[in-house]
Design a protein around this ligand. Structure first.
Ligand SMILES: Cc1cc2nc3c(=O)[nH]c(=O)nc-3n(C[C@H](O)[C@H](O)[C@H](O)COP(=O)(O)OP(=O)(O)OC[C@H]3O[C@@H](n4cnc5c(N)ncnc54)[C@H](O)[C@@H]3O)c2cc1C
Length: 387
């Protein structure tokens, strides 16, 4: 089923087809088991790398596909419709670490780190949050101190998607001194690899959903990072993180759409097959209204996502649209998956059908890369900024 109001180009339709077939053939048969086992399958990432899905918005000169944001979100929705855990790895990698190195990295950093990331040989992660700094990320306390030709970092990062399997992690840490705190302007970004001395993977979270996407703490005990691995300007790391999260939020919107669409597809099929009171339940108006509302919210979310992605590709300011898109799509995913369970009744509440897993993963989209409350704060702030 596809209800794209905004027509796709021929190239986008082809990439959509490749992503859909790949997801159905290589991921779908395993999704349920990976979720039960909280198992991350690296070979899927490798295969996505070979298809170019890990370098979608990286220029061809650096080994990527050189595609725009619109095409990226189309592909991501297809992966998410089958497995949101795999989709979140694709989303984080494409939206955050790779875009940050592309935008602010030196030529040497691009050659050394971005090229293998664009090819999907190296997986990227993004480490901003800390145990005591979530929505208020600027309150982070990991401390970097310059020591000769290295920065020495101490602290704990929390909730790092793929932090235990990533090859390159973009880490935000303070470079201002404790006696001279500069708020967000005292934060810098570092390119970290797990082989650096002092790097340890800490607690792995036991999550309600997205269980096949590992989420871990990273513990830095005198982590030694070469000075050449500072990304961009010292003290600009928080700005880089916030600007990159605009990309990230479009990725999470696409992931949410995939989740919602999958839930609707199961519901439509089930409602046609399930009979009660002598007829298929799709003939009850109460069920029809649910399906109609689900389809309407999904279509509206997709139209907003495509419009925001197109505005971004035109180089227009999109912070507010990215937040609107993430907010609407994530709340749509939560609402649609809740309705889907209702349409399936008791069968929606057990693992025999995928809507139970879709419901669990949908909740995460309202939390990461900025909670729904934080998106509303960003949207409202921009209203006043515009006046
Ligand atoms: C599955 C998963 C993957 C993640 N992956 C990553 C990752 O790869 N990298 C990374 O850096 N982080 C990651 N995160 C962290 C995520 O970004 C944070 O969980 C999120 O920003 C919220 O922070 P918190 O959990 O500390 O909640 P808190 O900030 O403590 O918020 C708790 C509640 O208070 C509300 N709240 C907070 N401040 C305000 C306010 N000013 N006004 C109104 N309400 C407010 C929040 O909306 C929320 O409802 C991930 C999280 C999850 C669950």
């Amino acid at each position: 089923m596809s209800w794209a109001l905004i027509p796709l180009t021929e190239e986008q339709r082809e990439i959509q087809r490749v992503a859909r077939e790949f997801a159905l053939e290589q991921i779908a048969p395993h999704s349920d088991q990976w979720d039960r086992d909280a198992y991350f399958e690296r070979s899927v990432i490798d295969q996505m790398g070979e298809l170019g899905f890990l370098g979608m918005m990286i220029p061809e000169a650096l080994g990527g596909l050189g595609l725009d944001t619109c095409t990226y979100v189309v592909a991501l929705e297809e992966i998410a419709a089958v497995d949101a855990s795999v989709a979140v790895a694709m989303s984080v990698h494409n939206s955050l670490p790779t875009q940050m190195i592309l935008r602010w990295g030196t030529d040497e950093q691009k050659e050394r780190y971005l090229r293998p990331m664009a090819a999907g040989k190296w997986l990227g992660a993004f480490a901003l949050s800390e145990p005591d700094a979530g929505s208020d990320a600027a309150a982070l306390s990991a401390q970097a101190v310059r020591d000769g030709d290295c920065w020495v970092i101490n602290g704990t990062k929390a909730w790092v998607t793929g932090g235990n399997v990533a090859d390159v992690i973009l880490v935000m840490a303070r470079t201002d001194r404790p006696e001279d705190r500069r708020g967000p302007r005292g934060i810098s970004t570092f390119i970290v690899t797990p082989d650096m001395p002092g790097f340890t993977v800490g607690k792995k979270e036991d999550k309600m959903g997205l269980r096949a996407s590992p989420t871990v703490q990273l513990v830095f005990d005198n982590l030694r990072v070469p000075a050449a691995n500072l990304l961009g300007a010292e003290g600009s790391g928080f700005v880089y993180a916030m600007q990159s999260l605009d990309n990230g939020r479009l990725g999470i919107a696409a992931q949410s759409l995939g989740i919602a669409r999958a839930a609707l597809e199961v519901s439509v099929t089930y409602a046609a097959e399930r009979r009660q009171f002598g007829k298929p339940i799709k003939e009850f108006q109460a069920i029809q209204f649910k399906l109609a509302d689900m389809a309407t919210r999904i279509t509206a979310s997709r139209a907003l996502l495509y419009s925001a992605a197109a505005a971004k590709d035109r180089g227009e300011p999109t912070t507010q649209f990215c937040s609107m898109s993430k907010l609407m799509a994530s709340e749509t995913a939560m609402w649609v998956t809740t309705q889907a369970i209702q349409v399936l009744g008791g069968y929606g509440y057990v693992r025999d059908y995928p809507v139970e897993r879709l419901f669990r993963v949908a909740k995460g989209t309202e939390i990461y890369e900025g909670t729904a409350e934080i998106q509303r704060i960003v949207i409202a702030r921009e209203l006043y900024a515009a006046t």
